[in-house]
Each structure stands twice: as structure tokens, then as C-alpha cells.
Design a protein around this ligand. Structure first.
Ligand code: SF4
Length: 258
């Protein structure tokens, strides 16, 4: 089964997050309005205090979303904005998926758009790290399913036979002197990140894993590269090695020397 992945677009996620913000704002106001009489029975100050708290939260989320829009437009945003922007994304993400469903927008399409937007924001920061500070993280479905060599613990077990891209990734990691980890799931991925303590991550995975991974390790900068699934999900997956190498070079601020 061949999976065709359309080119992701940042604006889809952006539009959905703006709609989510509008709906969240409307519902917060409506809830506050209908609860005024009940709150006023307890104390005459309570409606205004609750209103102030809700208004402040909404203003912070709005500031975060504005930060994302400005960053996409190429404006430099203060560092604290980035934290708020990510908090806004985390808060509104489930709502964007629900709204997407209502408009018959595929969840994977929204996730791809989110990954594209996140990559764009990270690339704009022009982060340069040393080779030992960069980690390439990939799921073990990239390994040929019949390969007898266990590579999740020690990549050096790979015989680089060419039947899958583990050998290519190992050679690339060796050439640039960066870390490479092949993991069996999110728990192991988090453990590797905790152990290696990279300053940047190049993560290869499917839409779902990249989305949760990017959100999990924030504020660690992650560039997500979607895997290719010529045999369907979680089996003999592949990756665009040119894109992987270009991303490594960008993080290291260098080009390959032959
Ligand atoms: S390249 Fe390595 S991991 Fe892939 S099939 Fe060959 S030996 Fe196994």
C-alpha cells in the first residue's frame, strides 16, 4: 500500500487555531455571563474576579497566537512570546482537531500543518549547535522488518547491507559526528533525550508521533521530518535522506565536504 502525503501548509493550522481562539473566547464569555447571578450570591466581587482571571487567560493565549502570526510573517518576537505561543498551541491543539473534524479536515493533515509551522518557527531562529549537541531520533520501523540485527540498543550492530536506511543514517551520523538513536516508542525517545541532553533534535516519525514529540520536549528545538510509508504505517518506513542531511547541515551551520 502506497501512502501519498500531500505537501503540508502552515496556514491550515493557523486558521484552525484562530477559529479555536474565537470559539474559546466566545464560550468563556458566555459561561461567565450566565454564572454572574450565582457568583453574585456568594460575593458581589466574585463575578468581576472570575471575569478578570478568564480575561487574563484569554489575553495571554491571544498574545501567544499573535506571536506565532508575527513570527511567520518574519518579525522577530521576544523570547517570552515563544513560551506563551507554545502554551497557546498546547491549550488549543485538541480544539483545533475537533474543529477540523467538524469541517471534515483529516487529523493527519492538521498535524502535518502543525509540524510545518513548528519547523518554520524553529528554522527562523537559525539555531547552530555543535555535532555532539545534535540528536537524530528515528523510530525502529525504519529498520527492515526481517533484519535479525538489534539496532535499538546498539546501532553498530547494523551491517549496513543497504536493505533499509539504518545503515545510511548511521553513516551520516558518523560523518557529521552527531548522535543517532533508533527508538521503539515515545517513552524510550524521552529517555534518550534525557540521557543525551541534546541542544537540538532532528526527529523522523509519522504525523502523530512528531506532533506529540515536538510538544513533549518543548522548549527543546525540534525539526520534524515526516517518514515515508511505502508499505503502510509502522513497517519498513523510509525517509528523504537529502532532507535529513540538509537539516543536519543547517543545525551545524556547515556543508558537506567531500
Ligand atoms: S541496513 Fe542494517 S538494519 Fe537495515 S537491514 Fe541491513 S543490517 Fe539490518
Amino acid at each position: 500500500m502506497l501512502e501519498v502525503v500531500s505537501r503540508p501548509q502552515k496556514r491550515l493550522f493557523l486558521v484552525l487555531i484562530l477559529v479555536s481562539l474565537l470559539i474559546a473566547g466566545f464560550f468563556s464569555y458566555w459561561l461567565w455571563k450566565i454564572s454572574i447571578p450565582g457568583l453574585a450570591v456568594i460575593s458581589s466581587y466574585l463575578p468581576w474576579m472570575i471575569g478578570l482571571v478568564l480575561g487574563t487567560i484569554l489575553l495571554i493565549i491571544m498574545a501567544g497566537v499573535t506571536g506565532i502570526v508575527l513570527a511567520i510573517m518574519g518579525f522577530r518576537t521576544p523570547r517570552f512570546f515563544q513560551g506563551i505561543a507554545w502554551s497557546a498551541i498546547n491549550m488549543l491543539f485538541p480544539m483545533t482537531i475537533t474543529i477540523g473534524k467538524l469541517f471534515d479536515v483529516d487529523k493527519e493533515r492538521i498535524e502535518r500543518s502543525f509540524i510545518e509551522l513548528s519547523n518554520h518557527l524553529i528554522r527562523q531562529k537559525h539555531i547552530i549547535v555543535k555535532p555532539e549537541q545534535l540528536l537524530i531520533l528515528t523510530p525502529h520501523c525504519i529498520q527492515q522488518e526481517n533484519c535479525p540485527h538489534k539496532v535499538t540498543k546498539t546501532i553498530t550492530n547494523c551491517r549496513r547491507c543497504g536493505a533499509c536506511q539504518v545503515g545510511d543514517l548511521a553513516a551520516l551520523a558518523e560523518y557529521y559526528g552527531v548522535h543517532l538513536a533508533i527508538v521503539t516508542g515515545g517513552t524510550l525517545a524521552r529517555k534518550v533525550v534525557k540521557t543525551i541532553r541534546p541542544h537540538a533534535v532532528l526527529a523522523i516519525a509519522c504525523e502523530r508521533d512528531l506532533t506529540s514529540g515536538i510538544q513533549d520536549v518543548f522548549p527543546l528545538p525540534v525539526i520534524g521530518v515526516l517518514n515515508q510509508r511505502p508499505c503502510g504505517p509502522c513497517c519498513n518506513t523510509r525517509v528523504d535522506m537529502t532532507l535529513v542531511e540538509q537539516t543536519v547541515q543547517k543545525f551545524l551551520g556547515q556543508s558537506r565536504v567531500e
